[in-house]
Design a protein around this ligand. Structure first.
Ligand SMILES: C[S@@+](CC[C@H](N)C(=O)[O-])C[C@H]1O[C@@H](n2cnc3c(N)ncnc32)[C@H](O)[C@@H]1O
Length: 227
C-alpha cells in the first residue's frame, strides 16, 4: 500500500435538533412518532422546515441525506476498501466523526439516521471489538493538527479552475494529502476551513453535489495508487 489519503466532509449539515427549536410542534411531533426525545433526533429539513426558519444559517443545516450519500460514496471506493483512504466528517457545529476501517454504513436512510443519533448519544459505535464510528467535539483546525497532512486541498466552485487530472498528478505523489469537500447544500466553506486550505480548486463550472465531487476526485487519485 503506497498511498494514504484523507477525506474530510467539511461544515457538514449534520447535527441534533438544537435547543432553540426543540419545543417547536413540528419537531415534537416527529420525535414522538419515533418515540425519542426531540433533542436526541437529527435535524432534518424535510421534517423540520418550518421550525428551521428561525435558525441562524438554517439554509445550510439539517441535511443528513447529503452526508449519507457522501459517506456511502466514499466508503464504497476501492481506495477506502483497500485501506488507503481515511474518512472524517467535520460538522457545522464542530463535531468530528472518525470512520474506522472497512465500515459498511446502512444504505437505508432511516437506519443511517438511527445510527448517527446513537453516535451523538454514546460518542462511539462498535460492533464486537471493532470501532465503526467515534464522535468528538473538535474544530476543523484541531482535526488537521491531529492528521498532520502534507497538503490540505479544498474543492470549491470559488477555487481555481483546474483539471482534476492535474490536481491528482500533483498531490498523489505525496502520501498524507487531505481532501476537503463541503457537506452543505449551498454557500461555501466557513472562514476557518478556507483559511486552513493549502489550495482550493474548482473542477467544473457547474455547482455539483458533494457525492459527485467525491466520486470523481477519489477515482482520479485511485489511478495513482499501486497495491
Ligand atoms: C452542493 S456543493 C455546495 C454548495 C454549492 N452549491 C456550490 O456552489 O458549490 C457541495 C460541495 O461540493 C463541492 N463542489 C461542488 N461543485 C464543485 C465544483 N464545481 N468544483 C469543485 N468542488 C465543487 C464543494 O466542496 C462543495 O462544498
Amino acid at each position: 500500500v503506497n498511498l494514504l489519503l484523507h477525506l474530510i466532509i467539511g461544515n457538514a449539515a449534520l447535527e441534533l435538533v438544537p435547543w432553540e427549536i426543540s419545543r417547536h410542534p413540528a419537531v415534537v411531533r416527529n420525535a414522538r412518532i419515533r418515540e425519542k426525545e426531540p433533542a436526541s433526533t437529527l435535524l432534518d429539513r424535510t421534517l423540520h422546515h418550518t421550525a428551521m426558519l428561525q435558525l441562524k444559517d438554517g439554509d445550510r443545516r439539517g441535511r443528513p441525506d447529503l452526508i449519507h450519500f457522501a459517506l456511502l460514496e466514499a466508503t464504497s471506493t476501492p481506495l477506502y476498501i483497500q485501506k488507503m483512504l481515511k474518512v472524517y466528517v467535520h460538522t457545522c457545529r464542530d463535531y468530528v466523526i472518525h470512520l474506522g476501517e472497512s465500515v459498511r454504513l446502512p444504505k437505508t436512510y432511516l437506519r443511517f439516521v438511527g445510527l448517527v443519533e446513537q453516535l451523538f448519544e454514546d460518542g462511539i459505535i462498535r460492533t464486537g471489538n471493532k470501532t465503526l464510528l467515534t464522535l468528538k467535539k473538535n474544530r476543523f483546525k484541531d482535526l488537521l493538527s491531529q492528521i498532520e497532512p502534507s497538503k490540505t486541498v479544498g474543492f470549491s466552485r470559488l477555487g481555481i479552475r483546474r483539471p482534476l487530472e492535474d490536481i491528482a498528478e500533483e498531490h498523489a505523489k505525496q502520501s498524507g494529502t487531505v481532501l476537503v469537500v463541503g457537506g452543505f447544500p449551498r454557500g461555501h466553506f466557513s472562514e476557518e476551513i478556507s483559511l486552513n486550505l493549502t489550495a482550493s480548486y474548482a473542477i467544473h463550472t457547474l455547482p455539483l453535489e458533494a457525492h459527485v465531487i467525491i466520486a470523481r476526485v477519489l477515482y482520479e487519485f485511485e489511478k495513482h495508487a499501486t497495491i
